[in-house]
Design a protein around this ligand. Structure first.
Ligand SMILES: Cc1ncc(COP(=O)(O)O)c(C=O)c1O
Length: 468
């Protein structure tokens, strides 16, 4: 997840930010850091939004951007989608919160089961954080075991069990490569809780086998983001998920796919369909509600049947009217229209354009992730795990991302976050705009580097040409 961005270079234009600066000063008096999430506190660069429509967003100084963050992924169709908003509006006029059940909730979970094809039962939550927390509890209850394996660099939300070995800048903090340590992100996480989470290295099946042989009898589940979303969507090595599926079955350990980012995005059935894997449990959020706070966890009937009698799950807003209606309409659109095909094709168009800009420069780069959610790493070698992010020239990437922002296209200004493509990005000149903004930002970043403003970083940096 994102950290505070670096400032743009002296080779970049300066945007009017008077209103936002005033809002920042006002907001910091009541909201720690001036925002409702640590990931949005960018100091004096904190962005305060006025509105969004389609693939664009406007800040309160009326600067317009092509939005490549899309709220960290959820807004798959586009901001203010009339189909979803119209349905939600109609439904919410009937009352929003009863702590009783509406048909929309039943319909939403029926659609989730239909689209995934393997989930038999699911329950709604309000956030992805809750979904992963409940999935972990269900796995523990079902197996009678305590420990959960999670992969370094993977983000599963902000509950205590999820905040282990997530996002250090310094890879040494993760411990020895053969013996990773559980690194709590921030204070306040009880050590006893942290000790129940075992960090492992993504894409390293041999190390996972050794771990299972040592501690398998204590391990309830492996939770995995099918791609490493917190490091630009690093893909699994061929066969990694299938091998992990076989290994978990061998040791009676449940496999939880955290599809909060990939669900209904990579394919209608999410990453499970895309990679051809049947996990035991999965979590969904972002794409299922086009930005409304809809989330869910679900899985095999036998596993989910620990609910309601043996395991606690509830929530005043779980399945609330707004979320359920948004999920129904969004999932119907994903099922019945070519929205996903449009998103995938648009992502490929953007990547083609970026290649045309990058290839003549000789800068080493790789695309990570899936066209609907991809990253650009300035490195010679395709990354396979979170530790590899440090080997890329992320300082150059960060400078390009900030340069894009001040030119009117907004990727997350942290090289770990992928670009998110939505259906509305296919409209008008959006793709061309993104590519020409990228080109200008890259040129400026290289000029700034030649003037010593952008430090070299990672293994690939040395082979970068000087400013062009
Ligand atoms: C893979 C994954 N899991 C869980 C979460 C947490 O979801 P939320 O922010 O809705 O709590 C996120 C959020 O970015 C995520 O990307």
């Amino acid at each position: 997840m994102a950290t505070e961005p670096q400032a743009s270079t002296t080779h970049d234009p300066v945007l009017p930010r008077g209103r936002q600066l005033a809002m920042y000063r006002r907001a910091t008096k009541t909201l720690p850091g001036g925002a409702n999430s640590n990931f949005r506190t960018w100091g004096e660069d904190t962005i305060y939004v006025d509105r969004g429509k389609g693939g664009r967003v406007w800040d309160i100084d009326q600067n317009e951007y092509v939005d490549l963050r899309m709220g960290y992924g959820p807004v798959m169709l586009g901001h203010g989608d009339d189909r979803v908003d119209g349905f939600v509006n109609e439904r919410m006029r009937r009352g929003v919160s009863f702590s009783l059940t509406t048909e929309d909730e039943v319909r939403a979970m029926e659609l989730l089961c239909e689209l995934t094809g393997w989930v038999d039962m699911a329950r709604m939550t309000v956030s992805g954080t809750e979904a992963t927390m409940h999935a972990m509890r269900v796995a523990r209850a079902f197996t009678g075991r305590t420990k959960i394996v999670k992969f370094e660099g993977q983000y599963h939300g902000v509950h205590d069990y999820a905040l282990i070995s997530v996002t250090p800048d310094n890879m040494a903090d993760l411990g020895d490569e053969d013996n990773p340590v559980g690194l709590a992100w921030g204070r306040g996480i009880p050590e006893a809780v942290a000790r129940t989470i075992i960090p492992a290295r993504y894409n390293n099946i041999e190390a996972l086998r050794r771990l299972f042989e040592r501690e398998g009898h204590d391990i309830a589940a492996v939770i995995v983001e099918p791609v490493l979303g917190n490091a630009q969507g690093i893909m699994p090595q061929p066969g990694f998920h299938a091998a992990m599926r076989a290994l978990t079955e061998e040791f009676g350990i449940l496999l939880i796919f955290d599809e909060v980012k990939t669900g209904f995005r990579f394919a209608r059935g999410g990453a499970a369909e895309f990679f051809g894997i049947r996990p035991d449990l999965a979590t969904y959020a972002k794409a299922m509600g086009n930005g409304y706070p809809a989330a869910a966890f679900g899985g095999r009937r036998e596993v989910m049947s620990v609910l309601p009698d043996k395991v606690s799950h509830g929530g005043t807003y779980a399945g609330n009217r707004v979320a359920a209606a948004a999920a129904v309409k969004t999932l119907e659109i994903i099922r019945d229209t070519p929205a996903l095909e449009t998103i995938h094709a648009t992502g490929r168009r953007v990547q083609d354009g970026l290649r045309e800009v990058l290839n003549p420069t000789g800068i080493p780069y790789v695309f990570t992730g899936h066209p609907s959610m991809f990253g650009i790493m300035f490195t010679d070698e395709a990354p396979t795990e979170y530790r590899d992010w440090a080997k890329s020239d992320h300082e150059l990437y960060d400078a390009v991302a900030m340069g894009m922002l001040v030119r009117g296209a907004m990727p997350e200004p942290d090289s770990r976050e992928p670009w998110f493509i939505c259906e509305a990005h296919a409209e008008g000149d959006t793709v061309d705009r993104v590519i020409s903004i990228f080109e200008d930002a890259l040129t400026a970043a290289l000029e700034a580097r030649a003037h010593g403003e952008v430090p070299l970083s990672g293994d690939g940096a040395a082979s970068h040409p000087a400013a062009g």
